[in-house]
Design a protein around this ligand. Sequence first.
Ligand SMILES: Nc1nc2c(ncn2[C@@H]2O[C@H](COP(=O)(O)OP(=O)(O)OP(=O)(O)O)[C@@H](O)[C@H]2O)c(=O)[nH]1
Ligand SMILES: [Mg+2]
Length: 316
Amino acid sequence: MSIQWFPGHMHLTRKAIAERIKDIDVVIEVLDARLPGSSANPLLAELTGHKPTLKVLNKQDVADPERMALWLDWYNAQNDTAAVPLDASDPAPARKLIDGCHRLAPNRGGMAKPMRVLICGVPNVGKSTLINTLSNKRQAKTGDEAGITKLEQRITLADDFYLWDTPGMLWPRISVPETGYNLAASGAVGRNAYDEELVVLELLRRLQARYAPQLEARYKLALPAGAVAALRDDELLEAIGRKRGAMMAGGRVNVQKAAEIVLTDFRTAVLGRITLETPSEFEDWRAAAAVQDAEREAKKQARASKKKGRKAPEAV
Ligand SMILES: Nc1nc2c(ncn2[C@@H]2O[C@H](COP(=O)(O)OP(=O)(O)OP(=O)(O)O)[C@@H](O)[C@H]2O)c(=O)[nH]1
Ligand SMILES: [Mg+2]
Protein backbone atom coordinates (compact mmCIF):
# COMPACT_ATOMS: atom_id res chain seq x y z
CA MET A 1 0.00 0.00 0.00
CA SER A 2 1.31 3.45 -0.80
CA ILE A 3 0.13 6.71 0.74
CA GLN A 4 -1.01 9.51 -1.57
CA TRP A 5 -2.67 12.83 -0.73
CA PHE A 6 -2.97 15.66 -3.21
CA PRO A 7 -6.34 17.33 -2.59
CA GLY A 8 -7.76 20.28 -4.52
CA HIS A 9 -6.23 23.03 -2.42
CA MET A 10 -2.76 21.59 -3.22
CA HIS A 11 -3.46 21.85 -6.95
CA LEU A 12 -4.29 25.50 -6.34
CA THR A 13 -1.17 25.98 -4.20
CA ARG A 14 0.97 24.50 -6.94
CA LYS A 15 -0.48 27.03 -9.40
CA ALA A 16 -0.15 29.90 -6.90
CA ILE A 17 3.52 29.11 -6.21
CA ALA A 18 4.29 28.78 -9.93
CA GLU A 19 2.77 32.23 -10.43
CA ARG A 20 4.25 33.88 -7.30
CA ILE A 21 7.81 32.57 -7.68
CA LYS A 22 8.60 35.13 -10.40
CA ASP A 23 8.47 37.89 -7.77
CA ILE A 24 10.29 36.06 -5.01
CA ASP A 25 13.90 36.70 -3.94
CA VAL A 26 14.48 33.89 -1.44
CA VAL A 27 12.65 30.64 -0.73
CA ILE A 28 12.60 29.16 2.76
CA GLU A 29 11.69 25.50 2.51
CA VAL A 30 10.64 24.22 5.92
CA LEU A 31 11.46 20.54 6.47
CA ASP A 32 10.54 18.32 9.39
CA ALA A 33 13.76 17.52 11.29
CA ARG A 34 12.21 14.18 12.25
CA LEU A 35 12.06 13.19 8.56
CA PRO A 36 14.42 15.56 6.76
CA GLY A 37 14.56 13.55 3.52
CA SER A 38 10.94 12.47 3.27
CA SER A 39 9.64 15.98 4.00
CA ALA A 40 11.63 17.54 1.15
CA ASN A 41 9.07 18.01 -1.59
CA PRO A 42 10.38 17.25 -5.12
CA LEU A 43 7.52 19.27 -6.63
CA LEU A 44 8.59 22.34 -4.63
CA ALA A 45 12.17 21.78 -5.74
CA GLU A 46 10.90 21.85 -9.33
CA LEU A 47 8.82 24.99 -8.80
CA THR A 48 11.37 26.98 -6.80
CA GLY A 49 14.70 25.38 -7.76
CA HIS A 50 16.03 28.37 -9.65
CA LYS A 51 15.73 30.72 -6.65
CA PRO A 52 18.17 30.93 -3.70
CA THR A 53 16.79 28.53 -1.11
CA LEU A 54 17.33 28.11 2.59
CA LYS A 55 16.33 24.75 4.02
CA VAL A 56 15.14 24.86 7.59
CA LEU A 57 15.08 21.64 9.60
CA ASN A 58 12.24 22.64 11.86
CA LYS A 59 11.06 20.95 15.07
CA GLN A 60 14.70 20.37 15.95
CA ASP A 61 13.63 20.38 19.61
CA VAL A 62 11.90 17.02 19.09
CA ALA A 63 14.40 15.47 16.66
CA ASP A 64 17.36 13.19 17.42
CA PRO A 65 20.44 15.49 17.64
CA GLU A 66 22.88 12.84 16.35
CA ARG A 67 20.82 12.13 13.28
CA MET A 68 20.20 15.83 12.72
CA ALA A 69 23.95 16.40 12.48
CA LEU A 70 24.09 13.75 9.71
CA TRP A 71 21.30 15.49 7.81
CA LEU A 72 22.84 18.95 8.13
CA ASP A 73 26.11 17.58 6.71
CA TRP A 74 24.20 15.82 3.94
CA TYR A 75 22.30 18.96 2.89
CA ASN A 76 25.17 21.37 3.31
CA ALA A 77 27.40 19.16 1.14
CA GLN A 78 25.00 19.67 -1.78
CA ASN A 79 25.59 22.50 -4.24
CA ASP A 80 23.74 25.75 -3.56
CA THR A 81 22.01 24.36 -0.49
CA ALA A 82 22.22 25.81 2.99
CA ALA A 83 20.42 24.00 5.81
CA VAL A 84 19.89 25.15 9.39
CA PRO A 85 18.16 23.53 12.38
CA LEU A 86 15.31 25.44 14.01
CA ASP A 87 12.59 25.46 16.62
CA ALA A 88 10.05 27.75 14.95
CA SER A 89 8.69 29.06 18.21
CA ASP A 90 12.07 30.29 19.45
CA PRO A 91 12.47 33.95 18.36
CA ALA A 92 16.25 34.53 18.43
CA PRO A 93 17.31 31.70 16.09
CA ALA A 94 14.27 32.29 13.87
CA ARG A 95 15.26 35.92 13.41
CA LYS A 96 18.69 34.80 12.20
CA LEU A 97 16.87 33.55 9.11
CA ILE A 98 16.27 37.17 8.18
CA ASP A 99 20.05 37.71 7.98
CA GLY A 100 20.26 34.48 5.98
CA CYS A 101 17.81 35.92 3.44
CA HIS A 102 19.85 39.12 3.14
CA ARG A 103 23.00 37.07 2.53
CA LEU A 104 21.28 35.09 -0.22
CA ALA A 105 19.82 38.19 -1.92
CA PRO A 106 22.23 41.03 -1.00
CA ASN A 107 20.83 43.40 -3.63
CA ARG A 108 17.38 43.44 -2.04
CA GLY A 109 16.33 45.84 0.70
CA GLY A 110 14.89 49.34 1.00
CA MET A 111 11.39 50.43 -0.02
CA ALA A 112 12.18 50.37 -3.74
CA LYS A 113 13.47 46.80 -3.67
CA PRO A 114 11.79 45.04 -0.74
CA MET A 115 12.87 41.53 0.17
CA ARG A 116 10.23 39.01 -0.86
CA VAL A 117 10.42 35.61 0.84
CA LEU A 118 8.27 32.57 0.13
CA ILE A 119 7.84 30.08 2.96
CA CYS A 120 6.87 26.64 1.77
CA GLY A 121 6.95 22.99 2.80
CA VAL A 122 4.81 19.91 3.36
CA PRO A 123 1.75 20.24 5.63
CA ASN A 124 2.12 20.62 9.39
CA VAL A 125 5.89 21.34 9.47
CA GLY A 126 5.56 24.73 11.15
CA LYS A 127 5.50 27.29 8.32
CA SER A 128 2.81 29.46 9.92
CA THR A 129 4.41 29.10 13.36
CA LEU A 130 7.68 30.38 11.90
CA ILE A 131 5.93 33.34 10.28
CA ASN A 132 4.23 34.25 13.56
CA THR A 133 7.56 34.06 15.40
CA LEU A 134 9.30 36.18 12.78
CA SER A 135 6.60 38.82 12.80
CA ASN A 136 6.12 38.62 16.55
CA LYS A 137 2.33 38.42 16.06
CA ARG A 138 -0.25 35.71 15.60
CA GLN A 139 -0.97 36.67 12.01
CA ALA A 140 -1.06 33.20 10.52
CA LYS A 141 -3.35 30.44 11.75
CA THR A 142 -1.51 27.37 13.08
CA GLY A 143 -2.66 23.98 14.30
CA ASP A 144 -1.65 20.44 15.02
CA GLU A 145 -2.99 18.87 11.84
CA ALA A 146 -2.35 18.88 8.11
CA GLY A 147 -3.98 21.54 5.97
CA ILE A 148 -4.47 24.42 8.41
CA THR A 149 -3.38 27.09 5.91
CA LYS A 150 -5.62 26.86 2.84
CA LEU A 151 -4.69 30.02 0.96
CA GLU A 152 -1.50 31.93 0.26
CA GLN A 153 -1.16 34.93 2.62
CA ARG A 154 1.22 37.91 2.58
CA ILE A 155 2.66 39.09 5.86
CA THR A 156 4.59 42.35 6.18
CA LEU A 157 7.58 41.94 8.42
CA ALA A 158 8.90 45.45 7.80
CA ASP A 159 8.27 48.11 5.16
CA ASP A 160 10.90 46.42 3.02
CA PHE A 161 10.45 42.77 3.97
CA TYR A 162 7.49 40.61 2.95
CA LEU A 163 6.80 36.98 3.72
CA TRP A 164 4.36 34.70 1.94
CA ASP A 165 2.85 31.88 3.95
CA THR A 166 1.69 29.03 1.70
CA PRO A 167 -0.53 26.02 2.35
CA GLY A 168 1.37 22.81 2.98
CA MET A 169 1.84 20.86 -0.22
CA LEU A 170 2.70 17.23 -0.99
CA TRP A 171 3.24 15.87 -4.50
CA PRO A 172 0.92 13.94 -6.81
CA ARG A 173 2.68 10.57 -6.54
CA ILE A 174 4.81 9.67 -3.54
CA SER A 175 6.82 6.88 -5.13
CA VAL A 176 8.99 6.03 -2.10
CA PRO A 177 6.64 4.06 0.20
CA GLU A 178 8.72 4.72 3.36
CA THR A 179 8.41 8.45 2.67
CA GLY A 180 4.60 8.15 2.60
CA TYR A 181 4.61 6.31 5.93
CA ASN A 182 6.95 8.79 7.60
CA LEU A 183 4.95 11.75 6.33
CA ALA A 184 1.75 10.18 7.63
CA ALA A 185 3.34 9.48 11.03
CA SER A 186 4.45 13.11 11.26
CA GLY A 187 0.93 14.44 10.61
CA ALA A 188 1.63 15.79 7.12
CA VAL A 189 -1.08 13.67 5.49
CA GLY A 190 -4.85 14.16 5.84
CA ARG A 191 -6.42 11.73 8.29
CA ASN A 192 -8.62 9.97 5.76
CA ALA A 193 -5.78 9.24 3.37
CA TYR A 194 -4.09 6.51 5.40
CA ASP A 195 -4.75 3.57 7.68
CA GLU A 196 -3.54 4.46 11.16
CA GLU A 197 -2.78 0.88 12.11
CA LEU A 198 -0.54 0.32 9.08
CA VAL A 199 1.25 3.64 9.63
CA VAL A 200 1.87 2.79 13.28
CA LEU A 201 3.17 -0.72 12.51
CA GLU A 202 5.70 0.88 10.16
CA LEU A 203 6.49 3.54 12.77
CA LEU A 204 7.03 0.88 15.42
CA ARG A 205 9.49 -0.96 13.18
CA ARG A 206 11.57 2.22 12.83
CA LEU A 207 11.36 2.88 16.57
CA GLN A 208 12.36 -0.71 17.40
CA ALA A 209 15.50 -0.36 15.29
CA ARG A 210 16.88 2.61 17.25
CA TYR A 211 14.58 3.73 20.01
CA ALA A 212 13.66 0.51 21.84
CA PRO A 213 14.78 1.98 25.21
CA GLN A 214 12.41 4.93 24.70
CA LEU A 215 9.55 2.51 23.91
CA GLU A 216 10.30 0.58 27.09
CA ALA A 217 10.57 3.77 29.16
CA ARG A 218 7.19 5.01 27.93
CA TYR A 219 5.15 1.81 27.90
CA LYS A 220 6.85 -0.13 30.72
CA LEU A 221 6.44 -3.46 28.98
CA ALA A 222 8.83 -5.03 31.52
CA LEU A 223 11.07 -6.31 28.73
CA PRO A 224 14.76 -5.65 28.11
CA ALA A 225 15.44 -3.31 25.14
CA GLY A 226 16.68 -6.29 23.10
CA ALA A 227 13.36 -8.08 23.57
CA VAL A 228 11.35 -4.96 22.65
CA ALA A 229 13.39 -4.68 19.45
CA ALA A 230 12.89 -8.35 18.64
CA LEU A 231 9.07 -8.41 18.99
CA ARG A 232 6.95 -8.61 15.86
CA ASP A 233 5.46 -5.16 15.15
CA ASP A 234 1.86 -6.37 15.65
CA GLU A 235 2.81 -8.14 18.88
CA LEU A 236 4.42 -4.94 20.12
CA LEU A 237 1.32 -2.88 19.25
CA GLU A 238 -0.84 -5.39 21.09
CA ALA A 239 1.42 -5.32 24.14
CA ILE A 240 1.27 -1.51 24.19
CA GLY A 241 -2.53 -1.57 23.84
CA ARG A 242 -2.86 -4.06 26.69
CA LYS A 243 -0.55 -2.04 28.92
CA ARG A 244 -2.39 1.20 28.19
CA GLY A 245 -5.85 -0.32 28.70
CA ALA A 246 -6.98 -0.07 25.08
CA MET A 247 -9.27 -3.10 25.35
CA MET A 248 -12.50 -4.33 23.80
CA ALA A 249 -15.12 -6.67 25.14
CA GLY A 250 -13.87 -10.23 25.49
CA GLY A 251 -10.40 -9.18 26.58
CA ARG A 252 -9.19 -8.36 23.07
CA VAL A 253 -6.91 -5.39 22.42
CA ASN A 254 -8.46 -2.44 20.58
CA VAL A 255 -5.73 -2.15 17.97
CA GLN A 256 -7.09 1.06 16.48
CA LYS A 257 -7.06 2.74 19.89
CA ALA A 258 -3.54 1.42 20.56
CA ALA A 259 -2.39 2.83 17.21
CA GLU A 260 -3.84 6.24 18.07
CA ILE A 261 -2.00 6.22 21.40
CA VAL A 262 1.38 5.50 19.76
CA LEU A 263 0.79 8.07 17.05
CA THR A 264 -0.09 10.79 19.55
CA ASP A 265 2.89 9.89 21.73
CA PHE A 266 5.22 10.14 18.75
CA ARG A 267 3.73 13.41 17.47
CA THR A 268 3.74 15.13 20.83
CA ALA A 269 7.30 13.87 21.46
CA VAL A 270 6.31 12.10 24.65
CA LEU A 271 8.41 9.24 23.27
CA GLY A 272 11.42 11.52 23.17
CA ARG A 273 13.60 13.08 20.50
CA ILE A 274 13.23 10.87 17.45
CA THR A 275 14.30 11.06 13.81
CA LEU A 276 12.81 8.39 11.58
CA GLU A 277 15.47 8.24 8.87
CA THR A 278 19.15 8.74 8.15
CA PRO A 279 20.55 10.06 4.85
CA SER A 280 21.86 6.63 3.88
CA GLU A 281 18.55 4.90 4.66
CA PHE A 282 16.71 7.52 2.68
CA GLU A 283 19.06 7.08 -0.28
CA ASP A 284 18.52 3.31 -0.16
CA TRP A 285 14.73 3.75 -0.12
CA ARG A 286 14.92 6.14 -3.04
CA ALA A 287 17.15 3.78 -5.05
CA ALA A 288 14.81 0.82 -4.41
CA ALA A 289 11.79 2.90 -5.45
CA ALA A 290 13.60 4.00 -8.62
CA VAL A 291 14.25 0.33 -9.52
CA GLN A 292 10.57 -0.48 -8.93
CA ASP A 293 9.49 2.48 -11.03
CA ALA A 294 11.80 1.38 -13.86
CA GLU A 295 10.40 -2.17 -13.69
CA ARG A 296 6.84 -0.85 -13.73
CA GLU A 297 7.64 1.34 -16.71
CA ALA A 298 9.31 -1.56 -18.58
CA LYS A 299 6.23 -3.76 -17.99
CA LYS A 300 3.98 -0.98 -19.21
CA GLN A 301 6.07 -0.59 -22.36
CA ALA A 302 6.06 -4.36 -22.93
CA ARG A 303 2.25 -4.46 -22.56
CA ALA A 304 1.88 -1.53 -24.94
CA SER A 305 4.08 -3.09 -27.62
CA LYS A 306 2.33 -6.47 -27.22
CA LYS A 307 -1.00 -4.75 -27.75
CA LYS A 308 0.38 -2.99 -30.80
CA GLY A 309 1.75 -6.28 -32.13
CA ARG A 310 -1.68 -7.87 -31.72
CA LYS A 311 -3.45 -5.01 -33.41
CA ALA A 312 -1.08 -4.76 -36.36
CA PRO A 313 -2.39 -7.78 -38.39
CA GLU A 314 -6.00 -6.58 -37.96
CA ALA A 315 -5.06 -3.26 -39.44
CA VAL A 316 -3.75 -4.92 -42.64
N1 LIG B 1 7.94 20.89 18.78
C1 LIG B 1 7.75 21.78 17.80
N2 LIG B 1 6.50 21.97 17.31
C2 LIG B 1 6.34 22.88 16.32
C3 LIG B 1 7.43 23.62 15.79
N3 LIG B 1 6.95 24.42 14.81
C4 LIG B 1 5.63 24.18 14.73
N4 LIG B 1 5.25 23.27 15.63
C5 LIG B 1 3.89 22.72 15.82
O1 LIG B 1 3.52 22.04 14.62
C6 LIG B 1 2.13 22.18 14.34
C7 LIG B 1 1.93 22.71 12.93
O2 LIG B 1 2.35 24.07 12.88
P1 LIG B 1 1.84 25.07 11.75
O3 LIG B 1 2.68 26.30 11.88
O4 LIG B 1 0.37 25.20 11.74
O5 LIG B 1 2.30 24.24 10.46
P2 LIG B 1 2.11 24.63 8.91
O6 LIG B 1 3.35 24.16 8.24
O7 LIG B 1 1.74 26.06 8.75
O8 LIG B 1 0.89 23.66 8.54
P3 LIG B 1 -0.16 23.75 7.30
O9 LIG B 1 -0.66 25.15 7.23
O10 LIG B 1 -1.20 22.74 7.69
O11 LIG B 1 0.59 23.33 6.09
C8 LIG B 1 1.57 23.10 15.43
O12 LIG B 1 0.99 22.28 16.43
C9 LIG B 1 2.81 23.82 15.96
O13 LIG B 1 2.68 24.21 17.30
C10 LIG B 1 8.75 23.39 16.34
O14 LIG B 1 9.76 23.95 15.93
N5 LIG B 1 8.83 22.46 17.34
MG1 LIG C 1 0.14 26.91 7.88
